[in-house]
Design a protein around this ligand. Structure first.
Ligand SMILES: O=P(O)(O)OC[C@H]1O[C@H](O)[C@H](O)[C@@H](O)[C@@H]1O
Length: 464
């Protein structure tokens, strides 16, 4: 059931001067080997906890499954309150495995709660969520690694008030906190209130945390086989330990990304040819953007490096983005997610043979059409000299989703090594956070408030 990764269209002669040569990769072998050694050393020192996640201890898996059973028996709704790495993984995995576009629920889910991921603090969306669920039949899984994220804590305050009105002192039974094992307001609050909690290992970054309880609890609650998710990740972990660059999916993909980045491909488009994989592109956007978009390298030199993630969907964005991809600037690498066997088969019935545009479609299936369109788009891009590679899913299931998650995380780790940057922090988000606290009048941020308010908007440039 292993994922295949087709890198052919990065080396293909059709690419002409845009192509990479085998010599380019051979020339990367030394860098790859030192990156592999460096990553192994970091793992042994207890850093980069995500590398260990596929080997989660049995008692931790059992605890997650036990809580999931209790939630499925007692509650009708399960709502994740979180943002960024604390929400995108649960959303992406749920969409891939349970919740196809029209809320079609998979067999396993039918008996389980309705699932929502609330990863924004849009007042309209929050208000409508509280209308569609029945709070007294809901568990809110509050997920925040830092335990300090303003958006998530605001959501907690809102749902706590609603729950207190509905169920009084028993409101704590409707909360599960997933957060740091020791630090942060949420951990302290959990101790004070006696709320059920799960821990996010301190050495696992938020955008790398899908295979911790951040993703595994929501997945188990919605009926996903988390042991299969972890098994797929384990298979990919073993493949990404290979010491031959040409056989190491993460090492090779990372080398391709960095070599092409150095040749001006400063954008990476992820284009899944499956609605179920749509939000994998959102999860990957944070993983690539936040890990690789950095001002400084590890020597403290200003490099302003990064590869801009673009989220697309096949076939839909053939009708909105592909014009840019085939004829626009030579600044993109495309990553397709392809599915060999979809979980449904839809026939296109033949009719109206007098019209050629209808006649040729009849008798085919949508399955044949979407795969033909992916191969056609791939061909058109290749002919237009646009490098692209494809991750091929034999089918979308927990095992292959686990493989994909691990492959992309490990690829980012290799990219960080190749680029000599810290792929695991996000210093660039702090300024915005401080300005938010200042504008909301948080104590200790008066000076920042003055600084922000001093940035006056010139009326000449504001069109009324
Ligand atoms: O999980 P939390 O601590 O609430 O963080 C949620 C998100 O916000 C932070 O600002 C970071 O940019 C992200 O890397 C993180 O995933």
């Amino acid at each position: 059931m292993a994922l295949k990764i087709d890198f052919n269209n990065v080396f293909h002669p059709y690419l002409q001067k845009e192509r990479l040569g085998e010599a380019d990769i051979d020339g990367y072998k030394e860098k790859f080997t030192s990156a592999l050694i460096s990553l192994r050393e970091k793992k042994e020192k207890g850093e980069l906890g995500f590398f260990h996640l596929p080997y989660l201890p049995e008692e931790e898996i059992a605890e997650i499954e036990k809580t999931a059973r209790e939630v499925r028996e007692k509650f009708k709704y399960f709502v994740v309150l979180g943002i960024g790495g604390s929400a995108l993984g649960p959303l992406a995995v749920h969409t891939a495995l349970n919740n196809l576009r029209y809320n079609e629920l998979s067999e396993e889910l039918r008996g389980g709660p309705k699932f929502y991921v609330e990863d924004n603090i849009d007042p309209e969306r929050m208000a409508s969520l509280l209308k569609v669920i029945e709070p007294e039949k809901t568990v809110f899984n509050v997920i925040t690694k830092s335990g300090a994220t303003a958006e998530t804590l605001s959501q907690l305050l809102i749902v706590t008030e609603v729950l207190k009105k509905k169920v009084g002192k028993r409101f704590t039974e409707h909360l599960i906190f997933t957060t740091d094992p020791e630090k942060g307001s949420l951990r302290a609050l959990a101790r004070e209130l006696g709320v059920k909690t799960f821990a996010i290992p301190p050495n696992v970054g938020g955008r790398f945390s899908e295979l911790t309880p951040v993703g595994l609890l929501p997945a188990a609650v919605t009926g996903i086989n988390i042991r299969e998710l972890l098994a797929g990740a384990r298979e990919m972990a073993e493949r990404c330990e290979r010491e031959n660059l040409w056989e190491n999916p993460a090492g090779l993909a990372a080398a391709i990304h960095v070599l092409l980045l150095e040749r001006g491909k400063n954008m990476a488009v992820m284009m899944p040819y499956a609605d179920s994989l749509k939000y994998m592109a959102d999860w990957y956007a944070q993983l690539l953007g936040e890990s690789i978009g950095k001002r400084l390298n590890r020597r403290g030199e200003e490099v302003f490096v990064g590869q801009t993630p673009v989220k697309a969907l096949g076939v839909t964005d053939q009708h909105s983005q592909v014009q840019l991809y085939t004829e626009g600037p030579f600044d993109k690498l495309l990553i397709f997610l392809e599915v060999e066997r979809y979980r449904n088969r839809v026939v296109i019935p033949p009719d109206f043979p007098q019209y050629a545009e209808l006649k040729f479609l009849g008798g085919h299936t949508l399955n044949e059409l979407i795969i033909a369109e992916k191969k056609a788009t791939e061909f058109a891009l290749l002919k237009a000299r646009r490098p692209n590679y494809t991750v091929i899913f034999p089918e979308v299931n927990p095992y292959t989703v686990g493989e994909l998650l691990y492959f992309l995380e490990a690829k980012i780790a290799f990219m960080g090594e190749y680029l000599d940057i810290n792929a695991f922090d996000q210093p660039g988000v702090e300024e915005g956070k401080k300005a938010t606290y200042a504008l909301l009048g948080r104590e200790g941020f008066e000076e920042k408030r003055q600084e922000v308010l001093k940035v006056k908007k010139e009326p000449r440039f504001i069109l009324e």
